[in-house]
Ligand binder design. Structure first.
Ligand code: FRU
Length: 325
C-alpha cells in the first residue's frame, strides 16, 4: 500500500566540488517532499575504480534506483549496464554513457552549450583571433560534446584559430599549469576558453602571474553563483563570461520518484543554459541570494515539522497511557 512505500535512492557522484555540492543540496532538499524517499550520496572523487566500487556497494545496500554522473563514459558504462539489466532503474545526470541502457537522463545539452560558446567567441572577437581551449577530462561526455559544439559554430569563422589546447581534467590547478607553459609560447592570445569555470579561473591566475590578463578574455562554463566562483569572477571582471550549467538536483528527484511510483516521466530532460556576462552577473547573484534564503526557510520549516511530530507523538503516547491506566 502507499503507506508502506519506502524507496532507497543511491546517488553516485563522480566528483566533489562546488557545482556538485549545489546539486547534492538540491537533491536532498527535494527529497524532503517525498517522505517515502531515502537518499544516499557517494562521491568517487574523479576515480573510475572508486565509482565502480560505490555503485557495487549501492547494489549490496539494495537501492531501488541509481542516480549516476559517470566519471568517464567507457569505464563506468559496464557497471551501469549491469545495474540496468538487473532491473534497477538508472537516472544519468550531467555526464552520459554511450549506451541506451539507462532509464532517464537529466542534464543540459553540452553540445548545444558548446555551440553557444562558439557563437559567443565569434561575436566577441568579431570573427578574427587566436584562441586557446582548455578541455575537461577527455573520457567524460561533456568534454567531448562541448568541444564538438564549439567547433561546429566556429566552422563559420575560419579566421578564428585554435592555436593551443590542453586537457586539464576539469581541475583548476591543471589548467593553471597548462597555461603557465602555453602563454610564453604565443605572442598573441585573444581568448582562453576553458570548459568549466574552475579551469578558467586557473587560466586567469596563470595569466595574472605573467602580467597578461589585460589582452586576454577568459570564458568558462558552470556559473556557480556563490562567493568566489564563476558568477562572482565575472562580476569582478576576471572572467569575461560564463554559461549556466544547471545542476537540476530537484528535477533529478522528481524524475526518479516518477519512475519509482510508475508515473509518466520524460526520458531525456534537457535543462537550459544562459549567458552570464558583466551586465547580468550581479543581478543573478542577488536573485540567487534571495532563492537561497527561501531554501533555508524550507529547511527550517522541515525541522519545525519534525519537532512538532515528535511532540505530537509523545503527547499521544501519554494520552494512551492515561486511558489504559
Ligand atoms: C563538476 C564539473 C563541472 C563541469 C561538469 C562536467 O564536477 O567538473 O565543473 O561542468 O562537471 O561534467
Amino acid at each position: 500500500s502507499q503507506k508502506d512505500e519506502h524507496y532507497l535512492i543511491g546517488v553516485s557522484q563522480c566528483s566533489e566540488d562546488e557545482w556538485r555540492t549545489q546539486m547534492n543540496k538540491e537533491i536532498t532538499r527535494e527529497a524532503l517532499f517525498y517522505p517515502q524517499a531515502e537518499v544516499k550520496i557517494k562521491t568517487a572523487k574523479d576515480d573510475n575504480r572508486k565509482q565502480i566500487e560505490d555503485i557495487k556497494e549501492f547494489i549490496r545496500e539494495g537501492v531501488d534506483l541509481l542516480v549516476v554522473a559517470p566519471n568517464e563514459a567507457d569505464a563506468i558504462a559496464p557497471i551501469i549496464e549491469e545495474v540496468f539489466d538487473a532491473g534497477i532503474p538508472v537516472v544519468l545526470v550531467d555526464r552520459k554513457i554511450h549506451s541506451e541502457k539507462y532509464t532517464a537522463y537529466v542534464g543540459a545539452d553540452n553540445y548545444e552549450i558548446g555551440k553557444r560558446v562558439g557563437t559567443y567567441i565569434a561575436n566577441r572577437l568579431r570573427g578574427k583571433g587566436q584562441i586557446v581551449e582548455i578541455t575537461g577530462l577527455k573520457g567524460s561526455t561533456p568534454a567531448v560534446e562541448r568541444h564538438r559544439g564549439m567547433m561546429e559554430s566556429l566552422a563559420e569563422t575560419p579566421d578564428i584559430k585554435i592555436i593551443a589546447t590542453a586537457d586539464a581534467k576539469w581541475f583548476q590547478q591543471d589548467a593553471e599549469k597548462a597555461v603557465d607553459s602555453i602563454l610564453p609560447q604565443h605572442k598573441q592570445i585573444d581568448l582562453i576558453f576553458a570548459q568549466n569555470d574552475r579551469m578558467a579561473i586557473g587560466a586567469y591566475r596563470s595569466a595574472a602571474r605573467q602580467g597578461k590578463t589585460k589582452d586576454i578574455a577568459f570564458v568558462g562554463i558552470d556559473a556557480v553563483w556563490s562567493e568566489g566562483y564563476g558568477v562572482d569572477r565575472v562580476a569582478a571582471g576576471e572572467l569575461d563570461a560564463t554559461f549556466i550549467y544547471p545542476t537540476g538536483g530537484d528535477r533529478v528527484i522528481q524524475v526518479a520518484m516518477a519512475i519509482l511510483q510508475g508515473k509518466p516521466y520524460v526520458r531525456d530532460t534537457n535543462l537550459s543554459t544562459a549567458l552570464v556576462n558583466r551586465s547580468n552577473a550581479r543581478i543573478m547573484q542577488m536573485q540567487t541570494e534571495h532563492i537561497l534564503q527561501l531554501d533555508q526557510k524550507i529547511e527550517i520549516l522541515d525541522n519545525q515539522l519534525d519537532a512538532y511530530f515528535l511532540r505530537y507523538s509523545a503527547q499521544r503516547m501519554f494520552l494512551y497511557a492515561c486511558i489504559i491506566i
